[in-house]
Design a protein around this ligand. Structure first.
Ligand code: BV8
Length: 233
């Protein structure tokens, strides 16, 4: 990164948590290579078989709690602090549902696909922190309803979160960086082309060219824990 832009928009995906031991989705052996997302990550799947869906997310939540942030997460937290000290901003938009960015020290993290460590009540909509396994026996801490708790994540076919804030940050960015994402899931995968249309320079930091590789002005290929600290320095 040659100059010091006022606002960097960073989009992260599962690849930024890969070196922390959390599974990616579309790599060889990835989560969706082993499980059918339409049977686990949709409202219909939850309605049809809540126990299986809750078990799937309990398993991923336990993995996320046991994982540690890696150098890529730390580099983003440090870049956020450096930019803020100069009156700039790093807008961190993540597709990930783990809390490794926060645990690495990032102060402002926008989880557009929700968070594993929060649960939502389907009866009253209340969202509460949740660090234990979710089951149908659980009651909503707010309204007391039982059998209505789900992970506060965005499933396929559901509206992603914080879209207005994301669009506003993208419109005001001086640089767009995607880290560890295959560019397969929308609307996140469309952000790089939106940035280009606004004349914003774009860079992807990824293990290998993503589905959107042709849309980036610049690319750094390799493990995020090595490439990202170098790029953000
Ligand atoms: C929406 C949360 C409307 C849950 C996820 C039919 C019906 C309904 C919708 C659709 C439809 N057809 C298409 C759609 C749209 C759909 C979509 O895009 N489908 C795809 C499959 C075509 N999108 C939606 O449904 C979204 N909602 O459209 O609502 C709308 C939209 C906009 C405005 C108004 C209305 C909701 C999508 C969210 C689904 N939830 N996650 C959970 O986690 O279980 S998505 C899922 O994929 C993941 O969670 C992740 O967030 C997301 C993207 O995956 P990546 O993060 O990119 O991970 P991936 O494994 O793919 O890639 C990892 C990359 O890292 C690889 O490139 C790899 O090379 C690299 N890597 C690996 N190791 C490293 C590395 N890089 C660096 N270093 C390393 N060490």
């Amino acid at each position: 990164m040659t100059d010091h832009p006022r606002t960097i928009f960073v989009l992260t995906g599962a690849g930024v948590s890969a070196e922390s031991g959390l599974g990616t989705f579309r790599d060889r052996g990835g989560i969706w290579a082993r499980f059918d997302p339409m049977r686990l990550a949709t409202p219909e799947a939850y309605a049809a078989d809540p126990d299986t869906v809750l078990d799937f997310y309990d398993h991923r939540r336990r993995g996320a709690v046991a994982a540690e942030p890696n150098a890529a997460h730390v580099a983003l937290a440090q870049a956020e602090a450096r930019l803020a000290a100069r009156g700039g901003r790093l807008f961190l938009c993540t597709q990930n549902v783990d809390d490794l960015h926060e645990r690495a020290g990032s102060q402002a993290v926008t989880h557009m696909h929700g968070e594993l460590l929060k649960a939502r009540c389907c009866a009253c909509g209340a969202v509460t922190p949740w660090r234990a396994d979710l089951s149908r026996a659980d009651h909503c801490p707010a309204c007391g309803a039982s059998g209505r708790m789900r992970p506060d994540v965005v499933w396929f076919g559901e509206m992603p979160m914080h879209l207005d804030a994301i669009e506003a940050a993208l419109a005001g960015a001086d640089l767009f960086v995607a880290v560890g994402t295959s560019g397969a899931v929308y609307p996140a995968a469309g952000y790089v082309r939106q940035a280009r249309a606004l004349g914003i320079p774009t860079c992807e930091v990824n293990l290998e060219p993503s589905d959107n590789a042709d849309a980036f002005d610049e690319a750094r290929y390799g493990p995020a824990s090595a490439e990202l600290p170098r790029y953000l320095a």
